[in-house]
Design a protein around this ligand. Sequence first.
Ligand code: ADP
Ligand code: MG
Length: 231
Amino acid sequence: MSSPADTAGDWPSHAVLVEPVGSWHHSDVLVERDTELAALRAGAAATVRAGRVVLVSGEAGIGKTALVEAFLRDLPARSPVLQGGCQSLSTPPPLASMLEIAALAGGAFTAMVRAGADAPALARALLELLGARPRHVLVLEDMHWADDATLDVVRFVCRRIEDVRALVVLTYRDDELGAVHPLRVLLGDLARTRSTSRLALAPLSPAAVGPVTAWPISATCTGGPMAIRSS
Ligand SMILES: Nc1ncnc2c1ncn2[C@@H]1O[C@H](COP(=O)(O)OP(=O)(O)O)[C@@H](O)[C@H]1O
Ligand SMILES: [Mg+2]
């Protein structure tokens, strides 16, 4: 792999300066998200009594995945975690995220997904799976891209989450939700439940990002980590 010095001649000058953030990208260091991490940990701790849903929102690159990954890294060893995501496709295949979950879960749930079971049946099977072990964590990322069948399963699961001792973490880009976006129905449902908390991620401060990038932050910069890295 070429070093920044090898390629600097072909790049705009600012891109060379941005390069140090490449190592930050692969690092596990999470800055300025102590409150959000604590909220996720509190959500997980609360599942001793009843299931919880945490909604993590923010624009692309703000750090939703980084936050969730940091939270998962800090879970006790052998914590049961199921993790899947939705993809940016103009016609997302039905239940793509559930296929990812099924690949991790195995057993009856996987068989049902493969057999094309309907959303309520899948949701019941998923709840059963989550309830089978205490303190299960289910992460579904990029729910703004979820297909309708995934949304149905997740709605059903979230409505009954209090019955199982599991934490559901859903991430999504709030700036990509138009007034009639299908995810809004799920968010509307969840707004009325006491089992749901919301974490809206704010941009990192220049003070946090500046020393890491060693790059002068412009006055117009939003402070989103991705914005800093790729500008
Ligand atoms: N708080 C943070 N501290 C350090 N790096 C971060 C932080 N938030 C995000 N990053 C980095 O910024 C980049 C974009 O973050 P990511 O979590 O992928 O954004 P999102 O999932 O919101 O699109 C990644 O390289 C990630 O490691
Ligand atoms: Mg992400």
